[in-house]
Write a protein that binds this ligand. Structure first.
Ligand code: ZN
Length: 194
């Protein structure tokens, strides 16, 4: 497996419509394995091919509690129900989050790696991820669904240790100095990014 190079906004590939896969190529399994590895390394719960420079209609999703990733070829939302506002992030828009409008429930039709039709009924985080990844494959980003201009913000990291008070500061014990951290997408279990 190999980690693929992430594409970030404003890379035009993120605005491109991907191509439906008519015949599943033999190397697609390898490619989706690489996508999964990249998604894990980036702490995401989903990844679409154009986020890593691919133009085929394929995405992977793995929720925090799942043991196996879900590979979706030519995914299509065939039904949406309800509306809700949810917080969202994207591996291609690092360092930001936003509040978006999403459906409460979706039904999705896709193919698996064997070319078999799979149908998924989902709500919660899975519904959100399915809408997010299907959007990606159609050149749509979550920032297109922001509930308002103000509902998009830069993530502030609370990783700095609190200033020690006089009581806590132990004389003679050097304070731990932390390496400056690369901004990381928050853990999927807390705040998901796709
Ligand atoms: Zn995304």
């Amino acid at each position: 497996m190999a980690r693929l190079t992430m594409r970030h906004v404003p890379d035009p590939i993120l605005r491109q419509q991907t191509r439906r896969i008519t015949q599943i190529p033999a190397n697609l399994k390898q490619y989706t394995d690489d996508m999964v590895e990249t998604m894990h390394a980036e702490h995401g719960v989903g990844l679409a091919a154009n986020q890593v420079g691919g133009l085929q209609k394929v995405a992977v999703i793995q929720l925090p509690e799942w043991n196996e990733p879900l590979v979706l070829i030519n995914p299509e939302i065939i039904r949406r129900e309800g509306e809700r506002e949810v917080e969202e992030g994207c591996l291609s828009i690092p360092g930001y989050r936003g509040t978006v409008k999403r459906s409460e429930r979706v039904r999705v039709r896709a193919l698996d790696l064997n070319g078999k039709v799979i149908r998924i009924k989902a709500d919660g985080l899975l519904a959100q991820a399915l809408e997010h990844e299907t959007d990606h494959l159609n050149g749509v980003l979550y920032i297109d669904h922001l509930v308002s201009r103000e509902s998009f913000w830069k993530i502030t990291y609370e990783s700095d240790p609190p200033e020690p008070t006089d009581d806590e500061a132990t004389a003679g014990e050097p304070r731990e100095t932390e390496e400056p951290q690369e901004p990381q997408e928050p853990r999927a279990s807390r705040e998901e990014s796709e």
